[in-house]
Design a protein. Sequence first.
Lengths: 430, 687
Amino acid sequence: MSTLEAIYLIDIYGSVLLQIESRGRISPVTSEFIKSEISKCKLRNEEPPFIIYHMNYLIFQQLQDDVRICIPVTCDTEPLYIHDVMKLIIEIIKTYFGSFQSSVIEKNTSLIAQLLTEMIDYGYAINMEPNTLQDIIPTPSLMKKFMEVTGLQSNTPSIHKNTVPWRTSKANYTNNEFFVRIIERVFAVYEGNNQLAFGTLKVDVECKSQMSGIPELLLYLTPGSIMENAKFHNCIDVKRWKDRPLQLQFIPPEGKFILASFQANLSKQKPLPLNVEAKNMTDGNFEIRIRNTGKKPIENLEVRVPLPGSLSSVSTTHGDYIYRPSKSVNDEGAVLEWTIKKIEWTSPAYVLKGTLNTKQELSISDMSDGGFEKKAHPKLEHLTLHYKYPLTILSHFKVDSLKIVNRPDMKSFKGVKHSVIAQDVSVRFK
Amino acid sequence: MVSVGLPSGNSSHSESSEVSELEAILRVDSKDKSGKKINAMKKIIANMSMGYNMISLFPAIINCMETSNVDLKKLCYLFLKSFASINPSEATKAIPVVLKGVHSSNPVLRDFSLKTLTSVHIKNFWVASLDPVIRLLDDIDPYVRKTAVMGVARLYSYDRKIVESSGLIKNLREMLNDESSLVVTNALAVLISIVQSSDVFKLTLTKEVTSKIVDCLNDCTEWLQTIIFDSLIYYVPQQPGEAESFAERISPWLQHGNTAVCMGTIKATLYYINYMTDEVLIKDHLRKVVPPLVTLLARKPSATQYVLLRNVEIILDAYPEIFQSDLHFFFCHFDDPANVKLEKFSILSKLANEENLDHILPEFMEYASEVDIELSRKSVRYIGHLAVKIESRADDCVDCLVKLIDTKISYVVQEAVIVSRDILRKYPSRYKHLLSILLKNMEFFDEAEAKSAFIWLLGHYAESIEDSRMLMGEYVEGFLYEPLELQLTILTAATKLFLKMPAAGLEMVTKVLQLCTEEIQDPDLRDRGIIYSRMLSTNPDFARKVILTNAPPVDVEANAYDPEMSEQLLLNVGTLASVYHKPPNRFARGYFPQYLEPSPVLREKANSAVNSADDLQLDYDLPSSGNMTEDYASKSESNVDSGELWSQTPVSEHGPTPQTEYVSNIQFLAEMENQDVPMISKDLMNY
């Protein structure tokens, strides 16, 4: 059972900006302990681990902007739960105050303390929904408005009696709008001859809702929209979806949220629009050929090639390249980055050619192996790609229409936008 | 308890003029001034957080607390809570005002006042809060009831006796029947936290209550849902079909977008599977657990992936049949961090079988060319493990190893010799060609483990290796300069070589034994030397029987945990215990181990055979904070030679052990190992 003993917000100098002790069991020296642990890590020039051990408890910590959020626990705890709670705390403070900077937190300590006591009661995350929190504790800008209107008499926040725990009761818009954006992210590894080794498509259905009252929505999908390994927002009626897999019924929260995410196969019928051939040749020469085989332009292409040593020459037909030599021993190593803003689908192949330094520097380990001639010629192993391919669908998922069940007269649906992002695509050199 | 900033004592710095100004604002007795007062309170709290002493303002603040303005009151309470930790005796003066708030007709005020009253860690406060807590458990507003429930938990943490004697625990149990799911889930949370820290109370939920709790899932926030999933293990199914029906009811939440909810559902489903009888349904539910796990796996950051992979390993250990069709999720991406890759290696090798090896082996070959030396070595090692594990496909794995040795990369070759030892142990004559390939590359072996593996092979295959005597001779020459571990290996290998080829090995073994007994200080090595020399001199036949046995068969795939451990880990899926693979009471205090409660429908565990040698793998030490990966694989090699058993037999330093006891010891061991005594040719007997 996950219980948060306390929450500390600490600035980069180690002084406590805010501390909420939810169980009163953590001793006051905790913050000192955290401070000393973090400075120890700094001396060793490393980022403190996510979990720090103390004799009596474990401290989860994470740095966001210039504030470190620390949560000590005494019992065995679900690390993913703590991780998500931290993320939400940061998000909610951001939605209230615009940022998570120490200066902002310092200015708003009392309000943040109230927020945190509302969110976390006796160590349990009780109310983490931004929508309903705003019903109880108005955002500062709202509060100011109220104060002005009512002559310094602020409104009495009501205890929320909403039956929909993720939705605010106060939503009111003159224009009711609902947007859907479908983002397909590609995670894949290709062989150097453009054959797929393995990969999947991760699809997020992002929504943005600006609707008054409590609307009940029904999203119709076109036949063939299979959602494999689907994950849904709390608002979706999953049991209904199981019976009718082409309909998603829900009461949306306000603002942006991810309605559903699922996986799809990278099908052979719809290959990625970018054909990449990556070859190692003799004497440290290599060649990367890129061609747009799709029907639309590819945007913001980034090619990263980790290098085993230094480069002696590079040339490209298009785009810019940057060579980043490795800075220190602990560093990741040298990288060649090739960026292209846009590739039209009619363009010929874009080519990058280069040569690796074949002269190996003689290191101690080489000596002990009896000389450097045993080392194989330096070879490139892989490259990673990142690009956008807007207005396209790779999966079979399509939205047909959106109906507002309890307000059939309302016309809020603003349509669907599709885009494909090559998020994590690697190509192995031939 | 809330405190803002550091309670600090640099009061000298306080600007007295500003303090009195603030006091004046708070003292003004007028209703329209609450806006100004709010600003003043904010300033005070901000000042406190910067370390200024604001104690002198407390009387004025108590005065202010009487206000009907909710915002102002909240700020005063906030001040009170942090002030109480600095000045407890003064703080008690606020109790009457707070109590008044508890009786307010406004539910918001009741709620806040009760929360404040129970949150202050001072005896007078909690004694005063006992009655209001009992009363407000029946409040008409669910939000207030919820706060009263939480109040019980706070009281329990301050003073157990007060709660136990007042019967509040019984009240709490009744709250599980509350109509509001908010109250039910909070009551559950409190009950669980009480039973987890107490050995007096036990929580057992009935079928009816559990059913109601599961209904609550529909109308509460996702974070309260996680509490419900945690509570489900307090219900022990008694009738066939119950577990199945509950697992079915919670199954929609397997598809929840919130990681914690999803993991909670997985944990509860795995728990219910223990109480299922229908094999088909068990398979069905196990299958349902897979998709949520693998989708989460695709999620960044890598820390999440790591946690999930560690959990996959636990589940895989108990239910090896699942995940087979999701192999590619465990293939490594280039930018996976090393710890994630290592977990994926381990899972892939566990999943490997005759059919899917065609997919897995090329992946490991790919990983073997990793830049990261440790990862590259690990993949070589896993290729060796696959050879041992899948007998029908061992040829392919050995071919891969040979290719890797051909790369002549020093660490790859060294790793290859280490796994070759395992392969040759499993298939003593099938892959003798490996020996000659290794011999050609012996200039690479400079690390202790690789050398040790090579020397073991020299001893074991002395008669098949042409130059074994000469090679062994070199190692014997350098005997005194080697680390202890290697000395032990050389001693045994030299003795084996002698037993196999007495004429060739006599000079060598004499030298080693002499060094061991005369020059060596280490008692283990010395003892082993003494034992070997005694055996050789008193009863050479016997020595042959003992020393030339085959070691027990290698098992690279043995279950990592004993059944009890596995049970505990499965009950803790998603927690730190599941990440460290250690029971929770090893790293967190105040934890009572959980076990599956007996029930007529509790399924017998499929007899997961536990290899006794694997007990060695359960070290219970706290993991170091940075790197949590453990090397299960390498440990299985530690007990390579039956000769090492000898180092555990106590032999007195001074004076020989009585002959009879010594002999009976040997007989006992010889009988134990007898199944596998190799054939000894006649001519070797006469030396």
